[in-house]
Design a protein around this ligand. Structure first.
Ligand code: ADP
Ligand code: MG
Length: 131
């Protein structure tokens, strides 16, 4: 997912270009917006964390771009490409290093396991939208 502040700042094209040039292919792609309820569901694993309310507000605060990406070792390689959660800790050349505003507003989301990638992909896309 390209998060609301990165979409609003006009970084979407550059971020998608980095994703493609790093060997990922697009299986599904959508410009959309999460309701508060949907953002709460998407981030339900963080329900008990102190930043949950702030995270839901932020993620419902503007349009996002959702994608399903394909590559061998995709989850691990994508997390390497996006960099650490906090851009202050993210390696040079990573998407978060280049485009994140802060630990909270960090430009992109990446799934943390193959299982969650399937769940999150199905959250946004019907099978008809995946190619
Ligand atoms: P990641 O997105 O790197 O997998 P997490 O799963 O730990 O990171 O957190 C989910 C999202 O919640 C982060 O990408 C960020 O937007 C937000 N977040 C994480 N930690 C904090 C924090 N301490 N304060 C505010 N927002 C946070
Ligand atoms: Mg996470």
């Amino acid at each position: 997912m390209i998060k609301p502040e990165a979409v609003a700042a006009g970084h979407s094209g550059k971020i998608i270009d980095l994703i493609l040039s790093n060997g990922f292919t697009i299986v599904a792609l959508k410009y959309t917006r999460l309701s508060h309820e949907e953002a709460g569901t998407f981030y339900a694993v963080h329900k008990e964390r102190p930043f949950y309310g702030e995270l839901v507000e932020y993620m419902a605060g503007g349009p996002i771009i959702a994608a399903i990406l394909e590559k061998s070792n995709a989850v691990e390689d994508f997390r390497k490409l996006i960099g650490a959660t906090d851009p202050a800790d993210a390696a040079e050349g990573t998407i978060r290093k280049q485009f994140a505003e802060s630990k909270a507003k960090n430009a992109v989301h990446g799934s943390d396991s193959d299982e969650n990638a399937s769940i999150e992909g199905a959250f946004f896309f019907s099978t008809r939208e995946q190619h």
